[in-house]
Design a protein around this ligand. Sequence first.
Ligand code: NIG
Ligand code: FE
Length: 381
Amino acid sequence: MTSTLIEGIGLLVTNDPEIGPLTAELNNAAVVVEDGLISWVGESSAAPDADSRIDAEGRCVIPGFVDSHSHLVFAGDRSDEFEAHMTGQKYAAGGIRRTVGLTRAASDADLAANTAHLVAEMRAQGTTTVEIKSGYGLSTIDESRSLAIAGQFTDETTYLGAHVVPEEFSDDPAGYVELVTGEMLDACAPRARWIDVFCDDGAFDIDQARTILEAGQARGLGARMHAGQLGPSEGVKLAVELGAASVDHCTFLGDDDVDALASGSTVATVLPGVEFSTRQPYPDARRLIDAGATLAIASDCNPGSCFTSSMPFCIALAVREMHLSPAEAVWAATAGGAKALWRDDVGVVAVGKKADLVILDAPSYVHLAYRPGVPLIHRVI
Ligand code: NIG
Ligand code: FE
């Protein structure tokens, strides 16, 4: 066993409810790490000895970001669509099919290399846990190889065969739902922890979404959902009813959606990079928090609606555009993401948890929003 003492932490975000509410901060703190797990947390002056030391020199330390929503297994570029969104063209689900064509044509090696590149980008920006979805294959072979590739990088793999109906099933959407819940599910379930469905205009309706998520749950997969991105969606309430871990986007919410999220156990995951990149209105995350819902922030990194891998950027947007306090945003990007993945071993700095830590090149996490676009990750542990 080797131990490392991280000392001289000016400000430590623990997110530990035993210490306090929300970010549960400690000043002049230290953390001891033993074989990848946290074995001690407290005041620097009282820290035990260890085999090696890292001096944080007064910097702020936070739990590594938990990015609970990404689509990293794809090929190709859609910067032309982004350009069009910036000059007024509305984002629509149909663009997904473009990436499907390019992804199907790509080799496993090329898809894995692109995924590795994006995962490395994320890590350099402080992300230590990432969920990765399939969803650009939309055939049994291409969904299952997408999940195999995602599984090289994370245990948080999500089967999203129900992203959109692919071209060849345009005239037979019911046949596609049958495939997604039949042969494709058989091939994908062993490679996935989660099942997801895009329940919105141009994708899947509420009945299809229920059929798909229930089929996945019957195979032992946890449910998550894309809903309310393009307009109001019954999907938010369905996600809560089915006990989904998370419902993501939540851009358009009615009173009944907010009530359902506030009273259920489903996390509301907001993806502010999407609104930035599509010029849609931002979700009313303030209202969700004030109503008592649990909020997560994720990147949604994907080639169509939001091609950022940066959680610090998403935090800055959540603070500036969605009126979260910096503490609320940092909590949502760490502990909130962990809750959205039913994980209690990450997103918190406490004894026995994974030692996923980020030393910021700043005295406080407020700088993540105060200094947008500046690389503030000093070191990822
Ligand atoms: O989360 N909304 C559905 N899926 C992605 C967008 C995918 C794409 O446009 O390629 C999202 O925004
Ligand atoms: Fe998404």
